[in-house]
Design a protein around this ligand. Structure first.
Ligand code: C5P
Length: 231
């Protein structure tokens, strides 16, 4: 009898793509529907960046940053149905979503020792009954055997528009043109880095969400899960 790979016993759905393609919301909704665990890998890079900023560590000090990443004192807690993230006991759920932390995260994420330090921490999220893993390299590096890999995209203009709405909801002000520049710069950095660059896995299903709303994307992915007998 052939041994089943662990990823077939408890499925992993990877959802990769650039920022603003809708990965976060879509991953959370599917994890909720399926009763699966959720890995928000971007949050780990954001937490490493925020921790570095708070401890006065430069965003290019690979050695010190990888130690920070290794020893991150983080708690992901669900409170009244909402996820709260605590860093060294301090609630940073909102703080890690700022543009400044996002940009620092993308610089920190380009350093191979930081990525290595976070690899096992990400794989530890893989538990029965299943996992939705949201990020940039979930299907290519962290869970290469995942039975369903999605690569979500949307035009840079649409992603900047969505980001502006998100920022306005948390009371931050921004200019659309500045956000578009930042999104393009972050895409370039994520796609061009030497280690784990942002790109679709060879066996990923690509979905362009520019013209799709969130329920339509969720439905398409859940149909694919059903077609592959993963639910
Ligand atoms: O997805 P999010 O915007 O929270 O990610 C913040 C940054 O972390 C990204 O711009 C990217 O540089 C980095 N990241 C990564 N690999 C992941 C998830 C995020 O390099 N799996």
């Amino acid at each position: 009898m052939t041994q089943l790979a662990p990823t077939q016993l408890a499925p992993v759905l990877t959802i990769d793509g650039p920022g603003g393609a809708g990965k976060g919301t879509i991953s959370r909704m599917i994890a909720e529907h399926m009763g699966w665990h959720l890995l928000d890998s971007g949050a780990l890079y954001r937490l490493t960046a925020l921790s570095a900023l708070r401890h006065g560590i430069a965003v290019d000090d690979a050695q010190a940053l990888s130690e920070q990443a290794q020893n991150l004192d983080v708690v992901f807690a669900v409170e009244n149905g909402a996820m709260r993230i605590l860093l060294e006991g301090d609630d940073v759920t909102t703080a890690i979503r700022s543009e400044g932390v996002g940009n620092a995260a993308s610089q920190v994420a380009a350093l191979p020792p930081v990525r290595n330090a976070l690899l096992q921490r990400q794989r530890d999220f893989y538990q029965a009954p299943g996992l939705v893993a949201d990020g940039r390299d979930m299907g290519t590096v962290v869970f290469p055997d995942a039975p369903l890999k999605i690569y979500l995209t949307a035009s840079a203009e649409e992603r900047a528009r969505r980001r502006l709405l998100q920022l306005q909801q948390v009371g931050e002000d921004a200019r659309l043109s500045t956000l578009l520049e930042e999104i393009k710069a972050r895409d370039a950095r994520d796609m061009q880095r030497a280690v784990a660059p942002l790109k679709p896995a060879e066996d990923a299903v690509e979905l362009d969400t520019t013209q799709l709303d969130i329920p339509e994307v969720v439905e398409r992915i859940e149909t694919l899960l059903a077609e592959r007998n993963l639910v």
